[in-house]
Design a protein around this ligand. Structure first.
Ligand SMILES: [Zn+2]
Length: 405
């Protein structure tokens, strides 16, 4: 089955008519349809299909017990109103790359695996990469059992309803020990390849990433009767801080976003007593990220003081930099340079991936396919047919280089 027809089969699954975006949330009907599609692709190619203890799907050519397996794949779930490419491009390209290698008459010296990681986006239970985290031991079964969706349905209940036994959730070191290399192909979630003019790139690292809560406290008061000079309005230092975040990030080549804000009492005719804003910031290196966030906090404190407000800053989460395996990355660059004569840029990314979760346990690399607008997690996410083909061929070259020496 061609890339085109695989893509066409997946296209209607979980698509919201109103937005044109996808709602393929973990353990829902749309997810089940995606899983059935994956199992069918495996069967059509004579691959061994299995679902592991954590609900990830695997399709094997050869016996994974032989070890040193070469694995590729991604995820099929989506964010709310997500695009068609984030995830599925890596899975469809994996099957298409295998087809291409069979056409070439490739002889595999190692087992080849194709994987669909469960619940990568975390759209339903609020935590990303649940399938790969459980497998890598980065999330315990107890923690997974407590995950609950907006309707109050727990992850184990949702799994059970979808026909998966949640009793065996947990780390799977034996499975990971059988993998010699994992390569995830993904649509780029930025414009680096568009700007460099290349269809395919190799990931260097996932940027360190943190979330901070800024609580500005002032004094609630009447919006009509309180003189300007008597106000302690926390909205003002918050507004200055949003601008400072933009400035600091731009200066450092980083990103910083206040995308969520809560106001108390949240009345149209009241000076607020509290403005709580959440900062998401990411940068190529830890030092840069520290500098950016320190700069934003310094500005926030100065503006809070100037407006008679107080400020508390709480770091709510932090993920350090993920460096992909250097030897594997260099091997990918060598393979693509020699077999395809491609100049393949090496780029960092601010987005998290299953590959990032696995990279602590398994030599891991990523290939990115150009996204002309850079837009992602939106129905506007795209890649041209030519670039998708370039991605499939690059992945086939890489798999051939790694598994057919
Ligand atoms: Zn993704």
């Amino acid at each position: 089955m061609s890339f085109h027809s695989m893509w066409a089969e997946l296209l209607p699954i979980g698509r919201a008519a109103a937005s044109g975006g996808y709602r393929r949330f973990a353990w829902t009907g749309a997810d089940a349809d995606c899983r059935a599609w994956f199992a069918q692709q495996a069967r059509d190619r004579g691959l061994t299909h299995e679902v592991d203890r954590n609900g990830n799907q695997w399709a094997w050519l050869g016996d994974p017990a032989a070890g040193d397996a070469v694995v590729t794949g991604s995820h099929l779930d989506s964010v709310p109103d997500g695009g068609a490419f984030d995830g599925p491009l890596g899975v469809v390209s994996a099957f298409a790359a295998l087809d291409e290698l069979r056409r070439r008459g490739a002889r595999f010296a190692k087992p080849l695996g194709i994987v669909n990681f469960g619940d990568e986006e975390g759209a339903r239970f609020g935590l990303a990469c649940v399938g790969s985290r459980l497998t890598a031991g980065a999330l315990t079964a107890e923690q997974a059992h407590r995950l609950t969706d907006a309707e109050g349905i727990t992850l184990p209940r949702a799994m059970e309803a979808a026909g998966h036994d949640p009793g065996a959730l947990g780390p799977d070191p034996e499975r990971l020990a059988r993998i010699g290399a994992f390569v995830e192909l993904h649509v780029e979630q930025g414009r680096a390849l568009d700007l460099s003019g290349d269809p395919v790139g190799i990931a260097s690292a996932i940027w360190p990433h943190g979330r901070w809560r800024f609580d500005f406290r002032g004094e609630a008061n009447h919006a009509g009767t309180t003189r300007i000079t008597d106000r302690r309005d926390p909205m003002l230092p918050y507004a200055e801080t949003v601008l400072a975040a933009r400035r600091e990030a731009a200066l450092a080549g980083a990103v910083a976003t206040f995308g969520k804000v809560a106001v108390e009492p949240n009345g149209v005719n009241a000076v607020p007593s509290l403005v709580r804003g959440w900062l998401d910031s990411r940068a190529e290196g830890q030092d840069t990220l520290d500098t950016v966030v320190a700069g934003i906090e310094r500005a926030a404190r100065a503006h809070a003081a100037a407006h008679g407000a107080t400020l508390d800053v709480t770091r709510e989460s932090f993920t350090p930099v993920v460096e992909f395996d250097h030897a594997l990355r260099d091997e990918l660059a060598r393979i693509l340079g020699t077999t395809a004569g491609l100049k393949v840029p090496v780029l960092g990314t601010g987005a998290g991936h299953d590959a990032g979760i696995l990279s602590g346990r398994v030599p891991t690399a990523m290939l990115f396919v150009r996204n002309p607008t850079g837009v992602s997690h939106s129905p506007a996410e795209s890649a041209t047919e030519d670039d998708c083909t370039a991605g499939v061929l690059a992945l086939a070259d890489v798999l051939e280089g790694l598994a057919c020496p």
